[in-house]
Design a binder for this molecule. Structure first.
Ligand code: ATP
Ligand code: MG
Length: 148
Protein backbone atom coordinates (compact mmCIF):
# COMPACT_ATOMS: atom_id res chain seq x y z
CA UNK A 1 0.00 0.00 0.00
CA UNK A 2 1.16 3.49 -0.87
CA UNK A 3 -0.26 6.60 0.73
CA UNK A 4 0.76 10.24 0.57
CA UNK A 5 -0.76 13.50 1.65
CA UNK A 6 -0.35 16.42 -0.73
CA UNK A 7 -0.74 19.78 0.97
CA UNK A 8 -1.21 21.80 -2.21
CA UNK A 9 -1.93 21.34 -5.92
CA UNK A 10 1.80 21.86 -6.51
CA UNK A 11 2.63 18.91 -4.23
CA UNK A 12 0.12 16.71 -6.05
CA UNK A 13 1.67 17.65 -9.37
CA UNK A 14 5.23 17.18 -8.16
CA UNK A 15 4.50 13.58 -7.12
CA UNK A 16 2.69 12.88 -10.39
CA UNK A 17 5.58 14.39 -12.34
CA UNK A 18 8.10 12.09 -10.69
CA UNK A 19 5.82 9.08 -11.07
CA UNK A 20 5.32 9.88 -14.78
CA UNK A 21 8.98 9.19 -15.51
CA UNK A 22 8.38 5.51 -14.73
CA UNK A 23 5.46 5.17 -17.16
CA UNK A 24 5.59 3.27 -20.43
CA UNK A 25 3.25 2.34 -23.24
CA UNK A 26 0.53 -0.04 -22.13
CA UNK A 27 0.22 1.37 -18.62
CA UNK A 28 -3.34 2.00 -17.53
CA UNK A 29 -4.14 4.21 -14.55
CA UNK A 30 -7.59 4.66 -13.02
CA UNK A 31 -8.10 7.85 -11.03
CA UNK A 32 -10.80 7.48 -8.43
CA UNK A 33 -12.22 10.18 -6.20
CA UNK A 34 -15.08 12.68 -5.92
CA UNK A 35 -15.52 15.96 -7.79
CA UNK A 36 -12.62 18.26 -7.05
CA UNK A 37 -10.44 15.47 -5.64
CA UNK A 38 -7.53 16.63 -7.78
CA UNK A 39 -7.67 14.09 -10.58
CA UNK A 40 -7.11 16.58 -13.40
CA UNK A 41 -4.50 18.37 -11.29
CA UNK A 42 -2.69 15.03 -11.00
CA UNK A 43 -2.80 14.51 -14.78
CA UNK A 44 -1.25 17.95 -15.28
CA UNK A 45 1.77 16.86 -13.26
CA UNK A 46 1.87 13.58 -15.12
CA UNK A 47 1.95 15.32 -18.51
CA UNK A 48 4.78 17.54 -17.33
CA UNK A 49 6.79 14.51 -16.25
CA UNK A 50 6.23 12.95 -19.67
CA UNK A 51 7.68 16.06 -21.26
CA UNK A 52 4.41 17.07 -22.90
CA UNK A 53 4.24 20.79 -23.46
CA UNK A 54 0.52 21.17 -24.18
CA UNK A 55 -1.68 22.48 -21.44
CA UNK A 56 -3.77 19.73 -19.85
CA UNK A 57 -7.42 20.58 -19.38
CA UNK A 58 -10.36 18.47 -18.33
CA UNK A 59 -11.61 16.30 -21.23
CA UNK A 60 -15.19 17.24 -20.48
CA UNK A 61 -16.45 17.47 -24.04
CA UNK A 62 -13.82 15.47 -25.88
CA UNK A 63 -14.02 12.31 -23.69
CA UNK A 64 -10.39 11.68 -24.57
CA UNK A 65 -7.66 14.27 -24.80
CA UNK A 66 -4.76 12.87 -26.77
CA UNK A 67 -1.25 14.15 -26.18
CA UNK A 68 0.97 12.65 -28.82
CA UNK A 69 4.74 12.78 -29.01
CA UNK A 70 7.43 10.82 -30.83
CA UNK A 71 8.16 8.64 -27.84
CA UNK A 72 5.02 8.53 -25.70
CA UNK A 73 1.32 9.06 -26.16
CA UNK A 74 -0.87 10.05 -23.27
CA UNK A 75 -4.61 9.44 -23.41
CA UNK A 76 -6.46 11.38 -20.76
CA UNK A 77 -10.05 10.29 -20.35
CA UNK A 78 -12.88 11.38 -18.13
CA UNK A 79 -15.88 9.07 -18.11
CA UNK A 80 -17.91 10.94 -15.48
CA UNK A 81 -20.59 12.21 -17.83
CA UNK A 82 -21.05 9.12 -19.95
CA UNK A 83 -24.32 7.24 -19.66
CA UNK A 84 -24.20 3.45 -19.24
CA UNK A 85 -24.97 3.17 -22.93
CA UNK A 86 -22.24 5.59 -23.94
CA UNK A 87 -19.81 3.77 -21.67
CA UNK A 88 -20.51 0.52 -23.48
CA UNK A 89 -19.93 2.18 -26.86
CA UNK A 90 -16.70 3.83 -25.77
CA UNK A 91 -13.75 2.06 -27.53
CA UNK A 92 -11.49 2.04 -24.51
CA UNK A 93 -9.55 -1.06 -25.53
CA UNK A 94 -8.28 0.63 -28.69
CA UNK A 95 -6.21 2.95 -26.57
CA UNK A 96 -4.66 0.50 -24.16
CA UNK A 97 -1.68 -0.72 -26.12
CA UNK A 98 -0.82 2.44 -28.04
CA UNK A 99 0.05 4.70 -25.16
CA UNK A 100 -0.39 5.49 -21.51
CA UNK A 101 -4.04 5.72 -20.45
CA UNK A 102 -5.26 7.65 -17.46
CA UNK A 103 -8.98 7.50 -16.76
CA UNK A 104 -10.76 9.91 -14.43
CA UNK A 105 -13.71 8.17 -12.76
CA UNK A 106 -12.10 4.92 -13.93
CA UNK A 107 -14.10 2.96 -11.36
CA UNK A 108 -17.06 3.29 -13.71
CA UNK A 109 -15.30 0.96 -16.15
CA UNK A 110 -13.74 -1.47 -13.72
CA UNK A 111 -14.89 -4.59 -15.56
CA UNK A 112 -12.90 -3.46 -18.61
CA UNK A 113 -9.63 -2.77 -16.85
CA UNK A 114 -6.59 -4.74 -17.98
CA UNK A 115 -5.36 -6.90 -15.05
CA UNK A 116 -2.38 -4.66 -14.34
CA UNK A 117 -4.39 -1.43 -14.07
CA UNK A 118 -3.18 0.79 -11.24
CA UNK A 119 -6.00 2.32 -9.20
CA UNK A 120 -5.12 5.65 -7.60
CA UNK A 121 -7.61 6.90 -5.00
CA UNK A 122 -7.70 10.61 -4.18
CA UNK A 123 -9.50 11.80 -1.10
CA UNK A 124 -10.05 15.51 -0.46
CA UNK A 125 -9.43 17.16 2.89
CA UNK A 126 -9.08 20.82 3.92
CA UNK A 127 -6.82 22.04 1.10
CA UNK A 128 -5.02 18.72 1.13
CA UNK A 129 -5.51 15.54 -0.85
CA UNK A 130 -4.71 12.01 0.22
CA UNK A 131 -3.47 9.55 -2.38
CA UNK A 132 -3.90 5.86 -1.66
CA UNK A 133 -2.86 2.93 -3.82
CA UNK A 134 -4.19 -0.22 -2.23
CA UNK A 135 -3.42 -2.93 -4.71
CA UNK A 136 0.03 -3.10 -6.25
CA UNK A 137 0.60 -5.77 -8.89
CA UNK A 138 4.10 -6.92 -9.97
CA UNK A 139 4.07 -4.52 -12.91
CA UNK A 140 4.08 -1.61 -10.47
CA UNK A 141 5.91 -2.86 -7.39
CA UNK A 142 9.44 -1.79 -8.16
CA UNK A 143 8.47 1.49 -9.74
CA UNK A 144 6.45 2.56 -6.73
CA UNK A 145 9.06 1.33 -4.28
CA UNK A 146 11.76 3.36 -6.05
CA UNK A 147 9.60 6.48 -5.75
CA UNK A 148 9.09 6.29 -2.01
N1 ATP B 1 -3.55 19.22 -2.47
C1 ATP B 1 -4.28 19.46 -3.58
N2 ATP B 1 -4.10 18.72 -4.68
C2 ATP B 1 -4.85 18.93 -5.79
N3 ATP B 1 -5.81 19.88 -5.91
C3 ATP B 1 -6.03 20.65 -4.83
C4 ATP B 1 -5.27 20.48 -3.64
N4 ATP B 1 -5.71 21.38 -2.74
C5 ATP B 1 -6.65 22.08 -3.35
N5 ATP B 1 -6.86 21.67 -4.61
C6 ATP B 1 -7.84 22.25 -5.54
O1 ATP B 1 -8.83 21.27 -5.79
C7 ATP B 1 -9.28 21.39 -7.14
C8 ATP B 1 -9.08 20.06 -7.82
O2 ATP B 1 -9.65 20.15 -9.09
P1 ATP B 1 -9.46 19.05 -10.21
O3 ATP B 1 -10.11 19.59 -11.42
O4 ATP B 1 -8.04 18.63 -10.28
O5 ATP B 1 -10.33 17.87 -9.59
P2 ATP B 1 -10.97 16.60 -10.32
O6 ATP B 1 -10.81 15.48 -9.36
O7 ATP B 1 -10.36 16.45 -11.67
O8 ATP B 1 -12.49 16.99 -10.44
P3 ATP B 1 -13.60 16.44 -11.49
O9 ATP B 1 -14.16 15.18 -10.91
O10 ATP B 1 -14.60 17.54 -11.53
O11 ATP B 1 -12.93 16.21 -12.82
C9 ATP B 1 -8.48 22.49 -7.80
O12 ATP B 1 -9.23 23.68 -7.74
C10 ATP B 1 -7.25 22.60 -6.91
O13 ATP B 1 -6.68 23.87 -6.90
MG1 MG C 1 -11.19 16.32 -13.56
Amino acid sequence: MVSHTFKSPAETQAWAEKFARTLTRGDVLALIGPLGAGKTTFVQGLAKGLGLKNKVTSPTFALVNEYLSKTKNLYHMDVYRLSERELRAFPLEEYYETGICIIEWGDRLRERWPVETLALHLKPGQGSRRLTIKEITPRWRKRLADLA
